[in-house]
Design a protein around this ligand. Structure first.
Ligand SMILES: [Zn+2]
Length: 202
């Protein structure tokens, strides 16, 4: 996806409609800085204001992602290209999140261990050591919760029985037995329990 091309296209369409960046931002309920960022190719519009933006500019979402008005003959190829590109972007984002999960898990458990160590082996008033342990536990639980949330939502779990790929609920992920990222869960499609591997591609 060519962000620069898309940005120029948004800018061109906006000018054709005689709308200022500010006016467009107002209509979408966002800042004019955000509009300027799109037009300079620094980022893409969020999914949440995509529809309204296209409506205002009088283009389709397919046009927007292509950075040009897509004519009838190339319509389907362009749509396919854009969907593929979007799937790729999601995969990249998911991979980043899963790496972040490792970092979060590592930092929160290290913090916990260090604080417990300090509280037990260094002489200090009781209230201080209790405070340190409470702080350590809080960090640990917040860290584990964020890590688990990432694991639930990034990518998919693949059922070992029917190969169905799905995003499970937070509860089923947190309660499932697991070896690293492979979790023993019930597949929503075939209803059988098996060791579900984490996969990135749908
Ligand atoms: Zn299944």
């Amino acid at each position: 996806m060519d962000q620069i091309k898309i940005g120029k296209f948004i800018s061109q369409k906006r000018k054709e409609k005689n709308i200022t960046q500010r006016k467009l931002a107002e209509q979408l309920g966002i800042t004019d800085r955000a509009v300027s960022k799109w037009e300079n190719g620094l980022c893409l519009p969020d999914a949440s204001n995509m529809n309204q933006l296209c409506e205002i500019l009088g283009i389709t979402i397919n046009d927007l992602y292509s950075g040009q008005i897509v004519n009838m003959n190339q319509k389907e190829t362009k749509l396919e290209e854009n969907l593929l590109e979007m799937a790729k972007l999601k995969e990249q984002a998911d991979k980043k999140m899963l790496n972040l999960e490792i970092v979060i898990g590592y930092i929160s458990s290290t913090t916990f261990l260090v604080l417990v160590f300090v509280a037990s082996f260094i002489k200090m008033p009781t209230w201080l050591s209790v405070l340190l342990i409470i702080f350590g536990l809080t960090t640990f639980f917040i860290g584990m919760h964020s890590a688990l949330k990432i694991e639930q939502t990034a990518g998919y779990y693949k059922c070992a029985k029917c190969n169905h790929k799905y995003v499970p609920t937070y509860a089923s992920v947190s309660l499932a037995m697991h070896i690293n990222r492979t979790r023993y869960m019930k597949c929503p499609k075939c209803g059988k329990r098996s060791w579900n591997k984490k996969v990135i591609t749908k």
